[in-house]
Design a protein around this ligand. Structure first.
Ligand SMILES: [Zn+2]
Length: 285
C-alpha cells in the first residue's frame, strides 16, 4: 500500500515542485530586504456638495412679469396630458434647474413661547422637503450662503396690495464656489407661519416646486403646483407633478452662453445688485 504524507500532498517531503521552490527563494530574498512600513492610505475627503459662496454677481431679473416662455423653449411646443410642462417658463439663460440643490431653512426658536409654533412650521417645511427629496438630490445646510434655495419663516410682503401665504422669487447669479464661477439660480422662498400646519405644508410644497424650477402652474387642483388650489391641501406630489419635474430634470441646466443684451459674465462685476421678482404667486395659500 502506498503511504501518503498529507502534509506534502503525497510527494516525498524533500522533493518540492518548482513552484514551492520558487516561493521559498522569494521568501529568502524578501527576508534580506529592509521592512518598509505600509504606505499611508490617502483618504481623499468627499467633495463638499454645498461649498460656501466666495463671491457673487447678480444678473438682471430673468423673468420680468408678464413674459412668455423663452422663444424655442420646449415648454411652449405643445401640451402633454400627463404633465403641465407646457405651462412652465424658462429664463433667458435656460431652465432654472439643477442636478443637486442646497437648501437652507430659517431656524426657529428652540425654547420660549415661540418654540412650539416654530417647530410646527419647521415640521411642515421639512415634510414638504422630504416629498421633493424623493425626486431630487437635496442637501440641507446650516448657512444660507451655501444654499441656492433659502426658505424664510415669514409672510411675503404685500404685492400690489395683495397678501399671500407663500412666494418664491428667483434671481440668477454668477457665483464663485471652490474657486469656480458658475451661473446659479438663487430662490428666496417665503412661507408664512400664520397658517394651520397642513396649509403651511401645502404652501411649502408648492413654493418649493417653484424653487426647484417649476416656474408655472398646473390647471389641476389635485397637483401641488395648482394655480388655483382645491379645498383640500395637497400634501403629496401628484403623478403629474412628478412627471413634469422628471421632464424638467432632463432639460439642460442654466448656461451663461447667451447673456441678455450681449453682456458677458466678465462684464458683470460692476453690475448693481438686482434681485428678480419674476413670480407672482397669488394663490399659493
Ligand atoms: Zn405658485
Amino acid at each position: 500500500m502506498k503511504r501518503i504524507d498529507r502534509r506534502c500532498g503525497g510527494r516525498p517531503r524533500h522533493q518540492l515542485s518548482p513552484a514551492p521552490r520558487l516561493l521559498l527563494l522569494l521568501s529568502a530574498l524578501l527576508l534580506q530586504l529592509p521592512i518598509q512600513p505600509p504606505a499611508p492610505v490617502q483618504s481623499s475627503p468627499l467633495p463638499d456638495p454645498c461649498p460656501p459662496e466666495q463671491a457673487a454677481h447678480p444678473l438682471p431679473p430673468p423673468l420680468p412679469e408678464g413674459t412668455s416662455p423663452a422663444p424655442g423653449s420646449p415648454a411652449g411646443t405643445g401640451t402633454a396630458p400627463d404633465s403641465y410642462r407646457h405651462r412652465l417658463r424658462s429664463t433667458p439663460h435656460g431652465w432654472a434647474r439643477r442636478d443637486h440643490w442646497c437648501v437652507w431653512v430659517e431656524p426657529g426658536s428652540s425654547e420660549g413661547p415661540a418654540a412650539r409654533w416654530d417647530r410646527r412650521w419647521s415640521d411642515a417645511v421639512q415634510a414638504a422637503l422630504a416629498e421633493w427629496s424623493g425626486l431630487l438630490p437635496l442637501t440641507q445646510v446650516d448657512e444660507p450662503e451655501r444654499a441656492q434655495v433659502r426658505v424664510l419663516r415669514r409672510r411675503p410682503p404685500l404685492r400690489g396690495g395683495r397678501a399671500s401665504h407663500g412666494r418664491a422669487e428667483l434671481a440668477l447669479r454668477q457665483v464663485q464656489r471652490g474657486g469656480l464661477w458658475r451661473l446659479e439660480p438663487l430662490v428666496v422662498v417665503h412661507v408664512s407661519p400664520d397658517q394651520r400646519q397642513e396649509a403651511t405644508q401645502a404652501t411649502a410644497l408648492h413654493e418649493l416646486g417653484h424653487a426647484f424650477g417649476l416656474w408655472g402652474h398646473s390647471d389641476d387642483p389635485g397637483d401641488a403646483m395648482a394655480g388655483v388650489p382645491g379645498p383640500v391641501p395637497v400634501l403629496r406630489l401628484s403623478e403629474r407633478d412628478r412627471t413634469t419635474l422628471r421632464w424638467l430634470q432632463r432639460q439642460p441646466e442654466l448656461s451663461p452662453e447667451h447673456p441678455p443684451d450681449g453682456e458677458t459674465p466678465q462684464g458683470l462685476s460692476g453690475t448693481p445688485a438686482v434681485e428678480g421678482s419674476p413670480h407672482r404667486d397669488p394663490t399659493a395659500d
